[in-house]
Design a protein around this ligand. Sequence first.
Ligand code: GAP
Length: 495
Amino acid sequence: MSQPKNTATDQSKIMEKIVSLAKRKGFVYQSSEIYGGLNGCWDYGPLGVEMLNNLKRQWWKSMTYRENIEGIDASILMHPRVWEASGHVENFTDPMVDCKGCKSRYRLDVLFEDMSVKRKKEALREIEPGKFEGQIKDELVIEEFAKRVATDADAAKMVAVLSCPNCGNKGTFTEARKFNLMFKTFVGPVEDSSAVVFLRPETAQGIFVNFLNVQSAGRLKIPFGIAQIGKAFRNEINTKNFLFRTREFEQMEMQFFVKPGTDDEQFEYWRSERMKWFVGLGMKAEKLQWHQHPKDKLAHYAKDAYDIEYQFPFGWGEIEGVHNRTDFDLSRHEQYSGKSLKYFDEVTKEKFTPFVIETSAGASRSFMAFLVDAYSEEEAPSAEGVMETRVVLKLHPKLAPTKVAIFPLVNRDGMPEMATKIEADLRQHFRVFYDDSGAVGRRYRRQDEAGTPFCVTVDSQSLQDQTVTVRERDSMKQDRIAAAALRSYIAERLM
Ligand code: GAP
């Protein structure tokens, strides 16, 4: 058996290794790399797009293969009034500060978040001399700091004593300004204010404005849901951590419309469903946790909100939000459009505005979490029996971009002919990869790095008895099975 090799001290290097593996194997590339790249944008390569599609397919099935959830695909550009009604024009802002010395730009809350406890202590001591002298516990400092930066006035005092992380200059930050994160563009040839539209910053609004269309077309009865996967755009002030915070990304959102009064129970149900989904696709349960939004920090539309967080090498980060959005969105769209969005219950003859339980996952962020979770370095024996480091992506077979690799042991004696026949047969059902170059041990290692769960080798025995070996990626165990049984053997393991 191979031994896990990752240790805490490796953590800081792991992200670098994953980004480099992602590029080398064709999962993810920097956008427009040959021109120096475009910050906050990434391209998915051949293996990446396959894995991302597998991830989205799993989510789509888990949502829309139920009796009471339907899917839609709304347009990215929407009527500008949508974003007034949703509150995005007014509220979708981040506080931004610039360093007057080196011109670096920061999101104020992230600047605070990223500070070390030591620097937090120093800042507290400086803004309130006397109160924070001597030994103070780290947890207290963090709590106190969060309290201090929660109000605009205290945050301003704090900014005045901070040094810029880039140039080290102290007290050179501008006042915080509100920066709206929506990307603007124009419809038609005239670039004036009447032609302004936004690239959607979330997919949810396409669902709200279509609520009655979908309900009446499918004669759906409450409770029911509408699901959507699509691109969203946010002009983030600071992009960071690979795919974690980008300017263009994909969301997988589902809005579940419920009768007011049943919302708390539905909220708990969906929290449990969504956590199960990540764990069911192999994500390590101990790397997942819930974070409840404190009541005083809830978004303007929310009654309750929890995030599913994953423990990335750089710390815990949200991968999905589950929110009780009340009747805020439908009521606002009713108010702004002048069209009724009330639901009529045929049985009780009641008319009401449903509450919405939202599950909002980032496809791109989940993709990264699955990639990070799957990444493993192990000490394993090579074909010659020498211990070496094996890099393996232990992706759930349903997410793995390639399901089977096929190798002729050597390129002669009828082995390539038999292997290509097997390849042609399996290719009709699975994404396969044929590799006949280099020692078979090397070929295994290449597939381990790509996350391929099964490698099939045709050897001299295969020619005599029509059997092949199937090597399983994680255990490295080999089974010898009849070539004719390969398809069902693999299909069973992909269920
Ligand atoms: N409709 C609710 C909504 O959009 P959100 O918490 O702003 O809520 C939901 O976003 C999810 O979208 C997040 O949990 C995250 O996975 C993903 N997401 C948000 N901003 C992102 C960004 N800049 N880059 C990558 N993913 C992002």
